[in-house]
Design a protein around this ligand. Structure first.
Ligand code: FES
Ligand code: FES
Length: 1010
């Protein structure tokens, strides 16, 4: 068809097949890359464009439907504020507000959000927050929790109305009365003055650590270094690249949960015009590997092949196709004839290890790790016994037991997995991929592809969210095999249905808890048995389950003598089933564990009649004590004892309680009632949690830094910013050491050819591990600058100075007497004038410790006791993550993490039918929170200075995943007395619990009742 329409004021003419979507036309024919692909069903909103001024989803419109009409995308808005000699109008106020407020994390949804907001502000220049949230309701964001985007839009609206807006700077210290105890008043911000009708509340409250006094960059709400390009919709992501002759890849997936391929005939598919390659299992070398992106040696079994003759879940790979277009590739898949031999499948983890259960891995190449045993469908086994658990139970006044369960849930980054592969001019294979682990991709794929590692280059562009889902070498091999087969560039991108059906997810787990207690609430022994379901392959099987115990069971050590010598048991079996593989998901096993531990602690506190916060703090681990698991377990490696140096848990509990008004609510029966609505009850709940920071003695980060003639610096890191802002906080640390503004640090991440090694983005390690590497590199550079500055200053009148007396600040090197040289002068001197050298530094860092961040999570809910519906009204999280390098990005992590965890609490769940077919294949069936559904979110930071890091930081990214679900569960219990021990708390589960609870009460009154 010949179609024409206007795009951003310019006429576009194109000749496309009639079934071309508007999204396909814009991206593939017109190179409009700000319009993103996040699904194919009109549910995520990433493809939003304005059609004659109204937002529409380009993925569910045909290009022909736009014929004769006018389209607007974010490319039409604003420009970089500095473009050399050409004067520009700068960014549009909406873009500017998104940049300034920290509303952009991965930025994949940002163009769509800005366009939705633009349409709103054109018809309603003074919108309410509710109207803004409604306008954003069609754009899903998995990163931000929507708080900052909503604030950004309100701020931009004010600017467009000509009103003044407050600057976003300075940290908001927590008022001192927050430390007066749980009775203290909730903090309130001063009311907006008449000149500031719109106040932008995006900064968290922080109890500022004194060590940060005088710092210039670390601790400041600096603008994210990639925010500008993301606000403009520049082609920054993996799929935003068109190459001449590029093929499209597709995969044929198994329709059976467990089957063998008897025969496979691809002759018709290969003969289809436009098909470049069809690959099946006999075409590829048989190399066993693990898709888990982890350091060498992989701490888990090797049990996966790129293609195999045996299929182990619905969605497993059968064949790979590369063709000229997506439509041809899909047609080729339909032409592949496969004869399957279905095998008995095991779908329930409880039955996986039973006598006679179907064996999922019988391939001779299987490589065991630790206790894995494929003859029993056992991917990993963990047995940790600390102290004398049996004696602890004998000494207890009472023992409380309970069972708990958590579901399989998915990361659902809005950018799907996507990769482009090609041979470069040296016949080296280039893999441009949306990954969290570029160096692991290179190392792990080399044997699979039959290439030496040095002939592979992995480029990681901007990432549209990962959350652990891209800590997997999941699809890179597909495109790479097809490039090897065809010699041509290949693009492979998952559909949303493939994301749900053939990607990774959080391990579902079942727990048995048993806790011994004295009457005063002292824990004498604590035991957890965990059954974890790794699905068809053992990716992250051992390490995820290990972290479940390592963090959640380490929090409560007991009190008195038990505190000195805790009794803790953690036993886990990780089993194979014929379901899609589990893997890494933000929190990495810890949210599962804390659901069980914190629901259990609530049960105990209520049974003993103790204040739930005081009971928890009485037994919680404290600064100066050993991380109890550090003596017994370390990801399958030699454990080494580790002391916890900083713990702000008590202050977190106090601050969080004050912020949510715990004291005035928890024990007030009136507060729990809602006047005029007898079917509604209010409740409030708490959970205390801890995480870790990096993996000690194993994971390494590297950085290199060099000076340029203008005194700017190139910082190269292998670390992987997947939207979290890690590039920004790494650059801030370099800027602080070198005494320059952040804009003088040009950070690049990551490319295995150019940037130093880094293990990648996982285990909450980048700010801490890669940050320490950056500081080391920056200190080497600073030292050379000081030495040169001394030499240069010696030519001027004044007392001689020593290098260690030179202070770097304001882009200059200062002597104590006030003389100074600029860094640009130092650089010119070093590069051009005398005794020339390239001033540069290289740093790397492996930590001997994994200092835990701590947090207190609070939730307030309303329960409808007739329907079982739960409405979460408010989430407050007070966090000790050490020093906060950037309050905007850090609070963005907490807000986004709490939002993901809220789905874990009340609605997210992946379910399979009796044949192992998934129920959830799109965002209609798998519900993630949208802007208009959000509760009030509040973040507070309690800074502690972690002595093992030069800037005192600890991790922030994962801990917000840990406490929301149990806090909501505890709030539901508080509201209506129903204990829902299986997450998520769906209306049906709560309704059943309420009904069962009523029946129990009735049966107690009248035991004759059935
Ligand atoms: S890509 Fe169009 S709505 Fe998801
Ligand atoms: S910032 Fe919205 S999806 Fe990442």
């Amino acid at each position: 068809m010949k179609i024409s329409f206007q795009v951003n004021g310019k006429q576009a003419e194109l000749q496309v097949p009639g079934d071309t979507t508007l999204l396909g036309a814009l991206r593939e024919h017109l190179g409009v890359y700000s319009v993103k692909h996040g699904c194919e069903t009109g549910e995520c909103g990433a493809c939003t464009v304005l059609l004659d001024g109204a937002p529409v989803n380009a993925c569910v419109m045909l290009a022909a439907q736009a014929h004769g009409r006018s389209l607007q995308t974010v490319e039409s808005l604003g420009e970089h504020p500095e473009l050399g000699w050409r004067t520009t109008a700068g960014l549009h106020p909406l873009q500017q507000a998104f940049v300034a407020t920290g509303a952009i994390q991965c930025g994949f949804c940002t163009p769509a959000m800005i366009l939705a907001a633009l349409a709103l502000l054109r018809r309603q220049p003074n919108p309410s927050e509710v109207e803004v949230r409604q306008a954003l309701s069609g754009v899903l964001c998995r990163c931000t929790g929507y708080l900052k985007p909503v604030q950004a839009i309100l701020r931009a609206a004010a600017v467009l109305r000509g009103e003044a807006v407050e600057p976003i700077d300075g940290r908001i210290p927590a008022p001192p009365d927050l430390f007066a105890g749980p009775e203290a008043e909730a903090p309130t911000l001063p009311a907006a003055g008449p000149e500031l009708a719109t106040r932008t509340s995006v900064m968290p409250q922080i109890r500022v650590a004194p060590e940060t006094e005088g710092w210039q960059s670390v601790g400041k709400p600096e603008v994210k270094v990639d925010a500008l390009k993301l606000a403009q919709g520049k082609p920054a992501f993996a799929a935003d690249l068109e190459m001449r002759g590029m093929l499209v890849a597709k995969v044929l997936h198994s329709p059976h949960a467990h089957a063998r391929i008897r025969s496979i005939d691809v002759s018709e598919a290969r003969a289809l015009p436009g098909v470049a390659a069809v690959l099946t299992w006999p075409d590829l070398p048989r190399v066993v590997y693990s898709t888990a992106g982890q350091s060498d040696p992989i701490p888990g079994p090797l049990d996966t092949f790129s293609l195999d003759s045996k299929l182990r879940f619905v969605g497993d790979r059968v064949a790979l196709v590369a063709a000229e277009t997506e439509q041809i590739a899909e047609e080729a898949l339909r032409l592949i004839q496969v004869e399957y031999e279905p095998l008995p499948a095991v779908l329930d983890p409880g039955q996986a290890m039973a006598e006679g259960a179907p064996r999922i891995h019988d391939e001779p190449e299987y490589v065991n790790f630790a206790e894995s045993d494929p003859t029993r469908n056992l991917a990993a086994e963990i047995r940790v016994d600390i102290g004398d658990v049996e004696r602890g139970f004998q000494e207890a006044d009472l023992v409380v037991e309970g069972t708990y369960a958590v579901p399989k849930v998915q990361q659902t980054s809005i950018e799907p997995h996507v990769v482009i592969t090609y041979w470069d001019e040296d016949d080296r294979l280039v893999i441009r991929t949306s990954t969290q682990v570029p160096f692991h991709v290179r190392r792990q794929l080399a044997p699979v592809l039959g290439l030496p590692l040095k002939r592979i280059r992995v480029i990681k562009p901007r990432i549209g969210g990962g959350f652990g889902g891209k800590q997997e070498v999941l699809i890179e091999d597909v495109a790479a095999h097809l490039t090897i087969a065809t010699g041509r560039p290949v693009r492979f991108e998952y559909t949303r249905a493939e994301e749900f059906g053939a990607s990774r997810s959080r391990h579902p787990m079942r727990f048995r808890m048993k806790t011994g207690l004295l009457r005063d609430g002292t824990i004498t022994a604590n035991e957890m048995h965990c059954l974890s379901d790794t699905g068809a392959y053992g990716c992250h099987a051992l390490t995820v389950a290990g972290n479940t115990g390592h963090k959640s069971m380490a929090l409560y050590v007991g009190d008195g003598a038990y505190r000195k010598s805790p009794n803790i048991r953690f036993h886990a079996d990780v089993v194979y089933t014929n379901t899609p593989p589990s893997g890494a998901y933000r929190g990495y096993g810890v949210p599962q564990g804390f659901w069980a531990v914190e629901r259990h602690m609530e049960t105990i506190a209520r049974q003993l009649g103790l204040d739930p916060i005081a009971f928890r703090l009485k037994n919680a681990v404290r600064a100066g004590e050993l991380q109890p698991f550090s003596t017994s377990w370390s990801e399958g490696r030699e454990p080494r004892p580790e002391t916890i140096h900083t713990c702000g848990l008590e202050e977190c509990a106090q601050q969080g309680a004050a912020a949510i008004g715990w004291a005035g609510k928890y024990s007030d029966p009136q507060w729990h009632q809602i006047k005029g609505s007898p079917h509604l009850r209010r409740g409030i709940g708490v959970a205390l949690v801890m995480q870790g920071t990096a993996i000690p003695y194993l994971d390494m980060g590297g950085a290199s830094l060099k000076i340029n003639e203008d005194g700017s610096f190139n910082l190269l890191v292998g670390a992987t910013d997947l939207g979290t802002g890690s590039d920004t906080v790494l650059a801030q640390q370099a800027a602080e050491v070198l005494g320059v503004p952040l804009e003088d640090i040009l950070i690049y991440s990551s490319d295995t050819d150019f940037t130093p090694f880094d293990k990648g983005a996982y285990a909450s390690s980048t700010t801490y591990i890669s940050g320490a590497a950056v500081v080391k590199a920056a200190e080497q550079v600073a030292e050379r600058i000081r030495i040169r500055a001394v030499r240069m200053l010696a030519k001027e009148p004044g007392d001689p100075v020593l290098p260690e007396q030179i202070r770097l600040a304001e882009r200059r090197a200062w002597a104590p007497d006030g003389r100074s040289v600029s860094l640009s002068e130092v650089a010119l001197n070093a590069l051009h004038h005398e005794d020339q050298e390239q001033i540069m530094g290289v740093g790397s860092y492996v930590s001997p410790v994994a200092p835990p961040p701590f947090a207190a999570q609070f939730a307030q809910v309303v329960v409808d006791v007739q329907t079982g519906a739960v409405t979460v009204e408010q989430l407050v999280m007070a966090v000790d993550s050490g020093i906060i390098v950037n309050p905007l990005t850090a609070s963005g992590q907490i807000e986004g993490g709490m939002t993901q965890a809220l789905g874990y609490a009340v609605c997210e769940e992946m379910v399979y039918d009796q044949d192992g077919r998934p129920r959830e294949l799109d965002f209609r069936d798998y519900h993630i929170f949208a802007a208009q559904e959000m509760p009030d979110l509040q973040t507070l930071f309690v800074e502690t200075f972690e002595p093992s890091h030069p800037f005192g930081v600890k991790a922030v990214a994962e801990i917000p995943m840990d406490g929301v679900a149990p806090a909501v569960g505890n709030a539901v219990l508080d509201a209506c007395g129903a204990a829902v021990n299986e997450a998520p708390i769906t209306p049906e589960r709560l309704w059943r619990a309420l009904r069962d609870g009523q029946r129990t009460a009735e049966q107690e009154r009248d035991p004759a009742q059935p």
